[in-house]
Design a binder for this molecule. Structure first.
Ligand SMILES: [Zn+2]
Length: 104
């Protein structure tokens, strides 16, 4: 805790105040930083949700394609379905891990 000088009226202001008591000039940009931060978290979580949903859809669709063609020996569709399903699971888990990592 200390004393700083107002950039507007040059009066003495305690550094715990966010506004000058003499002229009400804002002393920090904390107010705008606080407004920006939740927006960024919201955008991050939305993109993670989008990736999570994409991964889940890939896993389900890939598994469905593989299951539908499973009886055909050496079917390309079965191989593609398995690859898409595995990729979907990897994408899904990656999104879950990055969400967990981001939230600490
Ligand atoms: Zn002032």
């Amino acid at each position: 805790m200390g004393v700083i000088y107002c950039g507007n009226c040059e009066g003495k202001v305690s550094d715990i105040l966010d506004r000058c008591p003499h002229c009400c000039h804002p002393m920090t940009d904390q107010g705008s930083a606080d407004l920006d931060r939740p927006v960024r978290i919201e955008l991050t979580s939305k993109s993670i949700k989008l990736v999570t949903v994409t991964g889940a859809i890939m896993a389900v669709a890939g598994a469905a394609v593989a299951a539908a063609n499973w009886h055909i020996d050496g079917s390309e569709k079965t191989k593609i379905g398995v690859v898409v399903a595995v990729a979907g699971v990897v994408v899904f888990l990656g999104a879950r891990i990055s969400a967990w990592w981001g939230h600490g």
